[in-house]
Design a protein around this ligand. Structure first.
Ligand SMILES: Nc1ncnc2c1ncn2[C@@H]1O[C@H](COP(=O)(O)OP(=O)(O)OP(=O)(O)O)[C@@H](O)[C@H]1O
Length: 596
C-alpha cells in the first residue's frame, strides 16, 4: 500500500526510507559541523591564552603544540567533511531519483483523468512532480543545516552562559523572534512561488510560441512576434513583480532584525571589556567569545533566517505532496491492455448525461445510441457538440456520468481498466508524436507484443496499409530512423505522414473497436475522405467509429449519429439522413463544394 500521509517530518523520513545509510552519514556530518564552531571557540581561547602565557614567559614553549594541533585539526575536519558530504549528496540524489521520483511518476500516471484536466490540480501536480528528488534532497539538507545552526548557536550560548549568562539570555530572545519571523517569510515565499508558477507557465508557453519550431511557419506568416512578445512581457513582469515584492518584504524584515542584533552584540562586547580589565575574564576567552558573538550575529541574521525560510517553504512542499498523494486514482491505470482477447458485441449509451467535474454545464444530455460489432459508425456534428467527450467516456477516462454505458450488455464500471484498454483504440486529433524511431512509434500501439517475435510483421503490415513503406524507404536508416529533431540524424515527417503513423499505431493493436477522432483534421477534405475510406477497408470485420465534422469522410458509415448539444439529433445512413432533410442534409449541402 502506497503511503499517502505526508507531514513536515517526511523531510527527514523520505531520505531515510530510500537511502538510510547516505542520509545517516549526511546527518552525522551536519551535526558534527554544528559542534565545530563551539569547539573552535574553546580551542582558540586555549590557544590564545597559552600563546600569551608563552610570550610572557609564564609557560613552556612546547605547551603551545597541543592547542595549535587542535585548532589545525578542526579546520582540516571542516574542509574534508564538507567535500565528503557533497559526494554523499550526489549518491542520495541518485537513490531518490531511482525510488522516490518513480513513486511520484507512478502516482501521476495513476491519477484520475479529471485531475489532469483540472487547472488547479494540474498546477499542484506540476509543482510536486518537478524534480522531486532534488526538492527532497535540498529540503533534507536545508533542515540539517538548520539543526546544525541550532547546535552551533546553542553551543556558543552555553559557552556564553558560563561566562556572561545575561548575554546568552538576550541572544536567545532575539533568536526566538527571528525564528518566528523567518517561518512566516518562508510561508509567504512559497505562497508567492505558487502564484508565480501560474504566470511562469504562461510566459514559458509564450516563449515557446516565440522561439519554438512548432510555430515557426505561422510566426513568419502572421508576423505576430511583437504582439506575443508584449503578452510574454506582461506575464513575465507580473511574475517578476510578485517575486521582487516578496523578496523585498522578506529582506526588509530580516534587515531590521539583523541591524538590531548587531547593535545588541556590540553592546555585549563593550560590557565584556570591564571583566577583562578586572581580571575576571582571560584575554583569550574575551577574544574568542567576542568572535563567537559576532559570528552568532551573522549566523542569526542571515543564515538562520535563510534556513528557517527554506524550512518553511519545504514544509509547504510537503503539504502539497500530501494533497497530491491523496488525489484519487483510476484503479488499474498502469495495467497493460488485457491479453484475454475479449470479444466485442455491442456498446450502448443509455440516457447518459455528463458534465466535466467542477463545471455546471451538461456536455452530454440524455444521450442514447448503440454500436454493434462489425459495423462502421460515424459521429458528426459542429465543433464543441460533444463528440470527443463520448470517446473519453467509452475509454473510461471519466466515470462520473449519469445513466448507463454498457459493453456487451455489462456496465462499463464493472470492467477493469486493462479490459477497456484492450477493447478500444483511439487516434485523437492531437495524437502524440514521439521522438523515437518510426518503427517504435507504431509498435507502441500494441504494447503487449512490442519486442516480441513476429511483431515486426504486424508493424510492416500496418505500415503497408497506411502507405508508410515508401516513407520508410526514403529515410536514411529506414524504419529505425529517429523521428523529430532532438536526436542527431533525426528527421521530421510531414503532417500527413505523421497522421498515417498515428493510424498505423491503431491498426497494429488488436482492439476490436477502433475510433478515429479527426486525426486527419490537418488534411484537406478529399485526402481525409480517402484516408477514412482506406481505414474502413482495412478494418473489415472490426468495428470503427469515425468522428468528424466533415461529412464526405463519414458518408460510407453504416450508421451516422448527428450529435447536437450533447444528444443524438438524427441517426441513420447517409441516404436516410439526406431524405430526412434535417441538420445532416443541411450540413452536407453546405459542404458539397469541398468535394467537387
Ligand atoms: N476538460 C474539460 N473541462 C471542461 N469542459 C470541457 C473539457 N473538455 C471539453 N470541454 C467542453 O465540452 C464541450 C464538448 O467538447 P468536445 O471536445 O467533446 O467537442 P467535439 O464535438 O469533439 O468538438 P470538435 O469537433 O471541435 O472536436 C466543449 O464545449 C468543450 O469546451
Amino acid at each position: 500500500m502506497e503511503k499517502t500521509d505526508y507531514s513536515w517530518w517526511d523531510i527527514i523520513k523520505i531520505p531515510f526510507r530510500y537511502a538510510p545509510s547516505y542520509s545517516a552519514s549526511i546527518a552525522l556530518e551536519k551535526i558534527l559541523s554544528g559542534l565545530v564552531p563551539t569547539l573552535q571557540v574553546i580551542v582558540t581561547a586555549k590557544f590564545l591564552d597559552t600563546a600569551i602565557a608563552v610570550v610572557s614567559g609564564d609557560m613552556n614553549y612546547s605547551e603551545i603544540f597541543l592547542p595549535l594541533i587542535s585548532v589545525v585539526l578542526l579546520i582540516v575536519y571542516s574542509w574534508v567533511s564538507e567535500e565528503l558530504v557533497k559526494l554523499i549528496n550526489v549518491k542520495l540524489q541518485m537513490r531518490l531519483r531511482e525510488k522516490f521520483r518513480v513513486t511520484i511518476t507512478e502516482k501521476r500516471a495513476k491519477l484520475k483523468y479529471k485531475h489532469v484536466e483540472n487547472k488547479d490540480t494540474w498546477d499542484l501536480i506540476s509543482r510536486v512532480s518537478k524534480e522531486p528528488e532534488i526538492q527532497c534532497k535540498n529540503a533534507y539538507n536545508n533542515f540539517l543545516e538548520l539543526i546544525a545552526l541550532f547546535i552551533r548557536v546553542i553551543g556558543l550560548l552555553v559557552v556564553l552562559v558560563a561566562y556572561v549568562w545575561w548575554a546568552a539570555l538576550i541572544i536567545s530572545g532575539i533568536l526566538f523572534s527571528l525564528f518566528m519571523v523567518s517561518l512566516r517569510s518562508g510561508e509567504d515565499m512559497y505562497e508567492a512561488n505558487r502564484e508565480v508558477s501560474k504566470y511562469r507557465r504562461r510566459f514559458e508557453y509564450l516563449g515557446e510560441v516565440l522561439t519554438g519550431r512548432e510555430s515557426v511557419e505561422e510566426r513568419t506568416l502572421f508576423g505576430y512576434t511583437d504582439e506575443v512578445n508584449k503578452k510574454w512581457e506582461e506575464q513575465y513582469e507580473t511574475a517578476r513583480k510578485i517575486e521582487y515584492n516578496t523578496d523585498k518584504m522578506v529582506y526588509k524584515r530580516t534587515m531590521g532584525r539583523s541591524i538590531f542584533t548587531i547593535f545588541v552584540s556590540v553592546i555585549i562586547i563593550i560590557i565584556l571589556i570591564r571583566p577583562v580589565y578586572r581580571g575576571l575574564l582571560s584575554t583569550g576567552i574575551f577574544i574568542s567569545i567576542s568572535t563567537g558573538v559576532i559570528e552568532l550575529t551573522q549566523l542569526m541574521s542571515w543564515q538562520f533566517t535563510f534556513y528557517v525560510t527554506q524550512f518553511s517553504k519545504d514544509k509547504e512542499y510537503l503539504k502539497d505532496l500530501d494533497i497530491f498523494m491523496k488525489l484519487n486514482e483510476t484503479k488499474g491505470a498502469l495495467d497493460l491492455p488485457s491479453t484475454e482477447n475479449i470479444k466485442f458485441n455491442s456498446l450502448e449509451f443509455r440516457n447518459v448525461s455528463f458534465k466535466y467535474p467542477g463545471t455546471d454545464n451538461y456536455i452530454l444530455r440524455n444521450i442514447s445510441f448503440i454500436i454493434r460489432k462489425g459495423l462502421h459508425y460515424a459521429f458528426v456534428g459542429v465543433n464543441g457538440a460533444g463528440k470527443t467527450t463520448i470517446t473519453k467516456l467509452v475509454t473510461g477516462l471519466y466515470d462520473e456520468f449519469e445513466g448507463d454505458i454498457l459493453i456487451n450488455g455489462k456496465n462499463i464500471k464493472e470492467y477493469r481498466q486493462s479490459e477497456l484498454k484492450s477493447l478500444c483504440s483511439v487516434v485523437y486529433q492531437d495524437f502524440a508524436k514521439y521522438f523515437i524511431s518510426l518503427k517504435d512509434n507504431i509498435a507502441i500501439g500494441n504494447i503487449n507484443s512490442m519486442n516480441q517475435k513476429g511483431s515486426e510483421n504486424d508493424i510492416k503490415d500496418s505500415m503497408k496499409i497506411m502507405g508508410l513503406e515508401e516513407v520508410a524507404e526514403k529515410l536514411p536508416k529506414g524504419w529505425d530512423t529517429p523521428l523529430g529533431k532532438i536526436k542527431s540524424g533525426g528527421l521530421d515527417l510531414s503532417g500527413g505522414q505523421w497522421q498515417r503513423v498515428g493510424m498505423a499505431r491503431a491498426i497494429v493493436g488488436n482492439a476490436p473497436i477502433k475510433i478515429l477522432d479527426e486525426p486527419t483534421a490537418a488534411l484537406d477534405p478529399i485526402s481525409e475522405s480517402h484516408i477514412y475510406e482506406e481505414f474502413e477497408q482495412i478494418s473489415r470485420g472490426g468495428t470503427t467509429i469515425f468522428i468528424s465534422h466533415r461529412l464526405g469522410s463519414t458518408k460510407l458509415a453504416d450508421e451516422i449519429f448527428v450529435i447536437d448539444h450533447g444528444s443524438v439529433a438524427e441517426s441513420g445512413s447517409h441516404s436516410e439522413l439526406m431524405k430526412l432533410d434535417g441538420i445532416y442534409a443541411n450540413m452536407y449541402e453546405s459542404q458539397r463544394s469541398w468535394y467537387l
